[in-house]
Design a protein around this ligand. Structure first.
Ligand code: NAD
Ligand code: LMR
Length: 331
């Protein structure tokens, strides 16, 4: 049996937490031969509910679940963490944009970044889910002194999955037949789901779906607005599909990317595709070894796509400017 790896999860008693922990403990995230130790972090008011979640985890008797620590102390919570999944934060309600949460959620990620730097394992990787996740990841990264920037990610995989599902429905195929789908930019209403490079059964989407007006219009806006549509319908933001996006993201970053494909995740830009350096922006990513990753750098960007990417990158710059006091860098 392998040694256990340690996963710290904030907001563990919340909606996403409840849909996520049991999948990690069952082996869906790291594989069925990898034991896991969970460090579950909540704020004080959430600790009673978290105690109930821990009871339920105990009651599953998961073979791979090595240990559970439930705490409201960040230093305890991130001790020895190999992965930090930063979910804890306030979700938006109807009529709000995700960036409206910056003032309430942004500061959470300063202390968390510092506690990660002080307590986590040397190979720590951090995935931010709490919204607005790109800019919250930027805040955590800039407060985690000494942790390499390439170890910070923000989640756009749920958007990728949504886009694949929409394309498959339109083309009348199975979503597993859609590949090479990149979400560019911000996990927000400006994100650009790139149908130009996407493929269905190995063919360009634009060869399979001839309705160009749909691709340029309804498809993009449905993906951009899917989170809001779920809030309208459910009265609460996506939780099970978001937890699934977390599982998919970590799995994709820890296993080799299938040949010729890529995955969407927001990473610290090194200037690729002209995206301003040090923003946390979603782009096409590959990993060969499940440890290091690189941007897929050779995609040709047509003027339509470029105009969409410019819009979402501009929004990321605006969000960064709004939190300049939290990131200690010029913006
Ligand atoms: P929720 O309100 O059900 O749960 C959030 C939990 O976080 C609560 O239990 C709360 O007590 C806890 N919490 C709050 N502040 C905390 C802190 N400082 N430290 C630790 N825990 C803290 O919300 P949810 O539905 O689980 O959503 C969580 C976040 O994920 C929201 O910001 C939501 O918008 C975001 N989200 C992101 C995506 C994405 O694709 N990136 C998808 C869905 C939801
Ligand atoms: C989502 O995309 O479902 C989440 O970011 C929640 C939201 O606020 O839309």
């Amino acid at each position: 049996m392998k040694d256990p790896i340690t996963i710290s999860i904030t907001g563990a008693a919340g909606q996403i937490g409840y849909a996520l922990l049991f999948r990690i403990a069952s082996g869906a995230m790291f594989g069925v031969d990898q034991p896991v130790s969970l460090r579950l972090i909540e704020i004080e008011p959430g600790m009673k509910a978290l105690a109930g979640v821990v009871m339920e985890l105990d009651d599953c008797a998961f073979p791979l679940l090595h240990s559970i620590e439930a705490t409201s102390d960040l230093n305890v919570g991130f001790t020895g963490a190999n992965w930090a999944l930063l979910v804890g934060s306030v979700p938006r309600g109807p009529g709000m944009e995700r960036k409206d949460l910056l003032q309430v959620n942004g500061k959470i990620f300063t202390n968390q970044g510092q506690a990660i730097a002080a307590n986590a394992a040397n190979d720590i990787r951090t995935l931010v889910v709490g919204n607005p996740c790109n800019t919250n990841a930027l805040i955590a990264m800039n407060n985690a002194s000494g942790v390499p920037k390439e170890r910070f990610f923000a989640m756009t995989r749920l958007d990728e999955n949504r886009a694949k599902s929409q394309l498959a429905a339109k083309a009348g195929c199975h979503h597993s037949e859609v590949s090479n789908l990149c979400i560019w930019g911000n996990h927000s209403a400006t994100q650009y789901p790139d149908f130009i490079h996407a493929k269905i059964k190995g063919q360009p989407v634009t060869n399979v779906i001839s309705d160009g007006a749909w691709l340029e219009g309804e498809f993009i806006s449905q993906v951009q607005q899917r989170g809001a549509a779920i809030i309208q319908a459910r009265g609460a933001s996506s939780a099970a599909s978001a937890a699934n996006g977390v599982v998919d993201t970590v799995r994709s970053l820890t296993t080799p990317t299938p040949k010729g494909d890529w995955t969407s995740v927001a990473v610290c830009s090194d200037g690729a595709y002209g995206i301003e350096k040090d923003l946390i922006a979603s782009m096409p990513i590959r990993t060969e070894d499940g440890k290091s990753w690189d941007v897929v750098r050779d995609l040709e960007i047509d003027p339509f796509s470029q105009s969409k990417i410019d819009i979402t990158v501009k929004e990321l710059c605006e969000e960064r400017a709004a939190v300049k006091d939290l990131i200690k860098v010029d913006s």
